[in-house]
Write a protein that binds this ligand. Structure first.
Ligand SMILES: [Zn+2]
Length: 350
């Protein structure tokens, strides 16, 4: 059975909004409660997080922006963009979020564990080189991918972003690079507005950004088909040395911010597909990193199924073969055609 690590730390609750905010510390309270349930307790290797260093943050963010976030430390409340707050401890919490992801990368690369899930916040995929956006301060996954390549001698990284929203910050971080493949499914048109089919990368990075924008409505069946028919052939041709998942649970069917219909079983199946790709290309090395997900029970139930899949407790024999058969054929045809038009020059398996 694979060994699965988890990153959790109560200091991730120190990033606190004034009044109601969907990206609240309750999200982690719920997830940390889930890993303490009788059926879950003691099954996962605890990974101690650390602070990301200035140099690690600078691999993705410009010094002036890091300085701006640092300047919020000790101040009661600063709004960095209309949706994104920083309280007195947010700078420290954000450095610990990026660093927790790096700690997970180290354990996976050293082979101490097979895969890991970093239950951290604030999330990261909207954070740009020079600004905070969409609840995100530092781009945890981008910093981790950069670290794996630069400091841990991994040749290529694949980032799979299944969050409801497009990860504009992650896409832009590697838009001109051929050693990081960014794949995203997301509701479109929707926040943040980026992520159309035609955004495929630039210069040497052409073809290494794959966007699958979707109108509201797809669920387990459609996501399974998109992952099998678009992500999988491209990923097998790319041959990553490590895979990151920007795991947003806001595609859950009852999420208050989204219009997608994925169930806990659907998340497990998507995780299985990604793990299969990892087993074929990089000895199973996958680091899942929490992004969005605002329905607390949905977050808990979906993350539980993903963890069980990662550790081989469920779907160990393979993916859910029935899932995908009930997909809306019109939607799958249309998406496949548009992705092929944009990506065909770059991927012969497609
Ligand atoms: Zn999201």
């Amino acid at each position: 059975m694979p060994q699965t690590g988890i990153v959790r730390d109560n200091r991730y609750m120190d990033h606190v909004a004034d009044g109601y905010h969907p990206e609240s510390q309750e999200r982690l309270e719920t997830l940390y409660g889930m890993v303490e349930e009788p059926g879950m307790q003691g099954k996962y290797v605890e990974i101690q997080p650390r602070m990301a260093t200035q140099e690690e943050l600078e691999s993705i963010h410009v010094p002036a922006y890091i300085k701006l976030v640092a300047s919020t430390a000790g101040r009661r409340m600063t709004m960095l963009d209309p949706d994104t707050y920083a309280c007195s401890k947010s700078y420290e919490t954000a450095k610990l979020a990026a660093g927790g992801t790096l700690a997970a990368v180290d354990k996976v690369i050293q082979g101490e564990i097979d895969n890991a899930f970093a239950f951290i916040r604030p999330p990261g995929h909207h954070a740009e080189a020079n600004r905070a956006m969409g609840f995100c301060l530092f781009n945890n996954v981008a910093i981790a991918a950069s670290y794996a390549l630069k400091d841990r001698n991994v040749r290529k990284a694949l980032i799979v972003d299944w969050d409801l929203h497009h990860g504009n910050g992650t896409q832009h971080s590697f838009y001109e690079r051929a050693d990081v493949l960014y794949f995203s499914t997301h509701q479109y048109p929707y926040y943040p507005g980026t992520g159309f089919f035609s955004e495929t990368g630039s210069g040497p990075g052409k073809g290494f950004t794959v966007n699958v924008p979707l109108v509201a409505g797809p669920g387990d069946e459609e996501y399974a088909r998109i992952f099998e028919e678009i992500l999988e052939p491209i990923a097998l041709e790319f041959k990553p040395g490590i895979i990151f998942v920007s795991a947003g649970f806001d595609i859950y069917f009852r999420d208050p911010l989204g219009g997608m219909k994925v169930t806990p079983r659907g998340f497990a199946n998507l995780a299985r597909i990604i793990l299969d790709i990892a087993e074929k290309t990089c000895k199973g090395k996958v680091v899942f990193v929490l992004e969005g997900g605002y329905h607390l029970e949905g977050l808990r139930d979906s993350a539980r199924e993903v963890l069980k899949t990662m550790s081989g407790e469920i779907l160990a024999g393979g993916r859910d073969e029935e899932m995908g058969k009930g997909a809306d054929p019109g939607l799958i045809d249309s998406v496949r055609k548009k992705v092929k038009e944009a990506q065909r020059p770059f991927w012969k398996n497609l």
